[in-house]
Design a protein around this ligand. Structure first.
Ligand SMILES: [Zn+2]
Length: 403
């Protein structure tokens, strides 16, 4: 039995019609039809007649000349129709609901826990994102981590980068920057050995560092991942703070995979949190968002994380962070906690899902199947839409608006 719950404060809103761009008929075909359509010719002429007695004929224009020699009016007609259709396309495009980043709007997608070489719905979610992106055009995509299953990358040449990212997210709308954070699987928290996806068994160098430098960007310029960084959008509209939450989970420090090169035990999670706090406090943006792999609270199968509740939540609270986006739990969730102003969004449904829920504490919405999240930030509000494979691209299965 499927678990699906949407609380009353959320609502479902129609997104509009897919592929809303109207392509005007070419002027060439219009001219051709007109040339051979004597009966309709007079009607159109009466509608679009212009006085052009001083018009200078050229060799190009003779191609459009009719038997009655009314060249100028016909050329003007073609131009008028073209202008009319282009204008119509613009009006219809707007009325059908196309949304894109602009002077006062930032649009982006959030997807997590995806890298499975296209299997278990990863390709389906990628297509869903591309389809939604036709009418809701993202400026960038955020990955909430666990980018490459099961154990991250073996090297910067690892073919998993192509098989799980480059070749999968090939849709037009997804050819934008991807801002990623690391998840525990990117460190090597898998069920297999250290080098199981290194066919040669000679060049294995498993490390989360492979995702952080410029090497992957050379293979695909969309890719951007650092341990901790800040991106600012919309000239003060929204600042997004990206953090690496795995080192903050203290049980990971004793794991074997936590000791891989560049791993958990080589970092100071306290220093990273201090830097995050400084950056958030100094931000003057209207909207402050934080992105990390682990959710402090969740109704998913991983459960609440006491380390993050103790160390991260006070920073979110003091910094008046509007929303925190994460993955790790393979589902879609929206939580509003009575003791926090920061709203929690979990978007970890980029591939393998269907793990159920432990409960529904503080839940506004929770859904255990594959999908992703689309966000529109404006000065007065921030709209968050959840899309699923079941619901399709034409409308979200859940929408909430933060003020
Ligand atoms: Zn994870």
């Amino acid at each position: 039995m499927r678990t699906y719950r949407a609380a009353g404060q959320g609502s479902v809103e129609p997104l509009g019609v897919e592929g809303s761009t109207i392509v005007p008929a070419s002027t060439k075909s219009i001219a051709s039809d007109w040339k051979h359509g004597a009966s309709s010719n007079s009607v159109w002429q009466s509608m679009f007649y212009y006085n052009c007695t001083n018009y200078t004929m050229s060799r190009f224009h003779t191609n459009f000349m009719d038997a009655d020699g009314s060249l100028c009016s016909k050329v003007m007609f073609v131009g008028s129709v073209a202008v009319f259709l282009v204008g119509l396309a613009v009006v219809l495009s707007a009325s059908l609901g196309t949304v894109a980043s602009g002077k006062d709007t930032v649009v982006f997608f959030v997807v997590g826990d995806w890298g499975r070489q296209g299997t278990v719905n990863q390709t389906g979610v990628a297509k869903l994102m591309a389809d939604v992106g036709r009418s809701k055009v993202p400026q960038f995509v955020i990955s909430t981590g666990d980018n490459f299953y099961p154990n991250g990358l073996n090297s910067t040449d690892d073919k998993l980068f192509d098989l799980s990212f480059k070749n999968i997210y090939s849709g037009k709308a997804l050819q934008v920057p991807w801002y990623a954070v690391l998840g525990n699987h990117d460190y090597g928290d898998g069920y297999l050995g250290y080098c199981e996806n290194d066919e040669s068994k000679t060049a294995c160098d498993r490390s989360p560092k492979h995702q952080l430098g410029q090497a992957l960007a050379a293979r695909d310029p969309r890719w951007y991942c650092q341990r901790r960084y800040t991106k600012r959008f919309g000239n003060g509209l929204v600042d997004i703070f990206f953090i690496d939450t795995s080192p903050m989970v203290l049980e990971y420090h004793s794991m074997e995979w936590g000791k891989y090169p560049g791993g958990i035990t080589e970092q100071s999670w306290e220093a990273q949190l201090r830097e995050l706090e400084t950056d958030i406090q100094s931000s003057k943006a209207l909207w402050k968002l934080v992105v990390g792999h682990h959710p402090p609270r969740t109704n998913g199968d991983h459960g609440n994380n006491p380390d993050l509740m103790q160390h991260l939540e006070p920073i979110l609270k003091a910094g008046k962070v509007n929303a925190y986006f994460s993955g790790h739990d393979h589902n879609l969730e929206h939580l509003k906690c009575s003791d926090l102003d920061t709203e929690y969004f979990i978007s970890g449904a980029g591939s393998d899902c269907d793990r159920g829920f432990k409960g529904n504490t503080d839940s506004m919405f929770q859904y255990q199947y594959s999908g992703f999240t689309a966000v529109e930030v404006r000065s007065n509000d921030m709209k968050v839409d959840f899309y699923s494979l079941e619901g399709g691209p034409s409308k979200p299965i859940y929408t909430t608006v933060l003020k």
